[in-house]
Design a protein around this ligand. Structure first.
Ligand code: ZN
Length: 447
C-alpha cells in the first residue's frame, strides 16, 4: 500500500516554520530557486536537506510503503535547466530524461530507503548525448555513495559475506556488484612503486585438481592479483598485470620449486633472483620424513612392534613446542636408532643452512649434508636432497634476500575463509574479486 507521508509530518513543523519561513530562507537567492522552494512542502525540503542535493534537483515526492517497510524519495530535475556534460563539463541543453532508475540509500530508521530519478541526458556539441553525473551516486552504481561506503564497512567487519548480506538485506547479486565496483576503484587507484620483493604461489580452488596462482607484495603483505591455474601461461599472465617498469623494480621473488612458475618468472622478470622459500623446502623434507616413518611403521607393525604408533606429529612439529610428556616420549624415539629418527635428524640439520651469512660456508655445509644423506639409504630423503641440489643456486639466494611466502601463508587463512564461506563460486572471477577485496589492501571506498 502506498501512502503519502503527510500524516507523519507534525514533528517536522516544530523545526521548520512553514512556507513563509522557507520564503524568508530563500531571500537573496536566484528567482528559480525561490520558486522551487515555494513549490516544495516541508517534507520534501526536509529530505532535500538530508540528502544534500542541490538545485536544479529537488524532491518531488516522498512515499512510505508501510507494508514493504520501504521509503521512496522521488527526485526531479527542474524543467528547462541546463546541465553539465559529464565529459567536458560545459553547460548544455537537455536532450531528454533517461528512463527512471533507483538507488538504494542508507535506511531511514527501519525502512529501506530508495531514491528514484530520471537523470537528464545532455546534448553536448563536443561529446554527443551523455547522461549527467549525479552527486548521490557513482556512475553505473545501484546504490548511493553513502550506502556503498557503509556496505563496504559491513563487509569488512562481518564474519562472512553471507552474514553481511543478511545484515543489510542484500542479495548475492547486489553484494557482488558492490564488491566488484569497490575492487575496480581500488585497482585503478593502487600505487605499485618500489615493488622489490614479491611472491608467487598457488592455492587450491574448488575441490579436486583446480588451482589459482597468486602474486603478492611481500613487504606490503597484500595480494596483487590472482589468475586461474598454475601453468607457465597462468604465471606469465600474473606478471603481465604489472607494467614493464614495475617488473624492472623487482629484485627477488619467493617461489616454490615448480618449473612452470620458475620459467614464467625467468621470462618475465629476468633480472630478479629466485628464492626458494625455506618453508617450501622444509615442507619437502617433512614429507620425506613422513614417508620414511610410514614405511618403517608398516614394517614394525607386521612384526607386532607398535613403537611408532601415534608418532606422526612428533616428527613434524618443532620440538621447542612440545609438552613435557611429548618431549619425554620423543627423546626415546629420537635415540632409538630407527630410520625415521635418522631422517628426522637430517631434516633438523638442514635448517642450519638458513643461518649462514656467507655463501661459501653455506655451500660447504650443503655438500657435507648432501654426502651424509646420500649414504643414508633413506630413499625419500635422497630424492629430496637431489632436488635441493638441483635448485641450490636459488636456495642460496635466501642468504641475500631472506624472503619467504609466509606472508602469503598468513593471507592463506583469509583466503581459506573466503573459499569456505562461499561454498563453490559461480565463477573464478567472483573468487578473484573477493580475494582482492579482502586481501588486496585497496582503497575501496567511493569518493
Ligand atoms: Zn561534453
Amino acid at each position: 500500500m502506498v501512502q503519502p507521508l503527510r500524516a507523519g509530518l507534525r514533528f517536522a513543523r516544530l523545526r521548520y516554520t512553514g512556507k513563509r519561513g522557507l520564503e524568508k530562507l530563500a531571500c537573496g537567492r536566484g528567482v528559480g530557486q525561490v520558486r522551487r522552494m515555494n513549490s516544495e512542502n516541508e517534507l520534501q525540503s526536509h529530505y532535500r536537506l538530508l540528502l544534500g542535493i542541490e538545485a536544479p534537483w529537488h524532491v518531488k515526492d516522498v512515499k512510505l510503503e508501510l507494508s514493504e517497510k520501504r521509503l521512496e524519495i522521488q527526485l526531479t530535475w527542474a524543467a528547462g535547466q541546463k546541465a553539465k556534460c559529464p565529459e567536458c563539463g560545459q553547460a548544455c541543453t537537455l536532450y531528454d530524461l533517461a528512463p527512471e532508475r533507483t538507488w538504494r540509500h542508507l535506511d531511514t530508521m527501519q525502512f529501506q530507503t530508495i531514491i528514484r530519478a530520471r537523470v537528464p541526458r545532455v546534448d553536448c556539441p563536443t561529446d554527443g548525448v551523455k547522461t549527467i553525473a549525479v552527486n548521490w551516486a557513482e556512475p553505473g552504481g545501484r546504490f548511493s555513495r553513502l550506502f556503498e561506503r557503509f556496505a563496504i564497512d559491513v563487509l569488512l567487519c562481518a564474519r562472512s559475506v553471507k552474514q553481511a548480506a543478511g545484515l543489510m538485506g542484500l542479495t548475492w547479486d547486489e553484494v557482488d556488484h558492490i564488491l566488484r565496483r569497490a575492487v575496480e576503484r581500488g585497482l585503478s587507484r593502487r600505487e605499485l612503486e618500489k615493488l622489490s620483493h614479491v611472491g608467487i604461489d598457488e592455492k587450491s580452488f574448488r575441490s579436486g585438481q583446480s588451482y589459482i596462482s597468486l602474486l603478492t607484495d611481500l613487504q606490503g603483505s597484500r595480494v596483487l592479483d590472482v589468475v586461474e591455474g598454475r601453468t607457465q601461461e597462468a604465471a606469465e599472465a600474473l606478471w603481465d598485470t604489472l607494467s614493464e617498469e614495475q617488473r624492472a623494480e623487482v629484485e627477488a621473488v619467493a617461489i616454490d620449486m615448480w618449473e612452470p612458475f620458475m620459467n614464467a618468472t625467468q621470462a618475465k622478470v629476468p633480472e630478479a633472483e629466485l628464492v626458494h622459500d625455506k618453508f617450501h623446502v622444509s615442507g619437502h623434507l617433512n614429507e620425506a620424513v613422513d614417508q620414511v616413518r610410514r614405511a618403517e611403521h608398516k614394517q614394525l607393525m607386521a612384526a607386532g612392534d607398535e613403537t611408532l604408533k601415534g608418532s606422526r606429529q612428533l616428527w613434524l612439529y618443532n620440538p621447542m613446542n612440545f609438552s613435557q610428556e611429548q618431549a619425554a616420549s620423543f627423546a626415546v624415539l629420537r635415540d632409538s636408532g630407527l630410520k625415521v629418527a635418522r631422517a628426522w635428524a637430517a631434516k633438523e640439520l638442514f635448517t642450519r643452512l638458513w643461518t649462514y651469512r656467507y655463501e661459501g660456508a653455506a655451500r660447504r655445509f650443503f655438500k657435507q649434508w648432501f654426502g651424509w644423506v646420500s649414504r643414508s639409504r633413506l630413499k625419500p630423503l635422497i630424492k629430496v636432497a637431489r632436488m635441493l641440489k638441483n635448485h641450490l643456486e636459488n636456495i642460496l639466494t635466501y642468504l641475500r634476500h631472506p624472503i619467504t611466502n609466509a606472508v602469503t601463508e598468513g593471507l592463506n587463512s583469509k583466503i581459506q575463509m573466503i573459499k569456505s564461506n562461499a561454498r563453490g563460486f559461480r565463477s573464478f572471477d567472483n573468487y578473484r574479486i573477493r580475494i582482492l577485496f579482502f586481501c588486496g589492501k585497496l582503497d575501496l571506498y567511493p569518493l
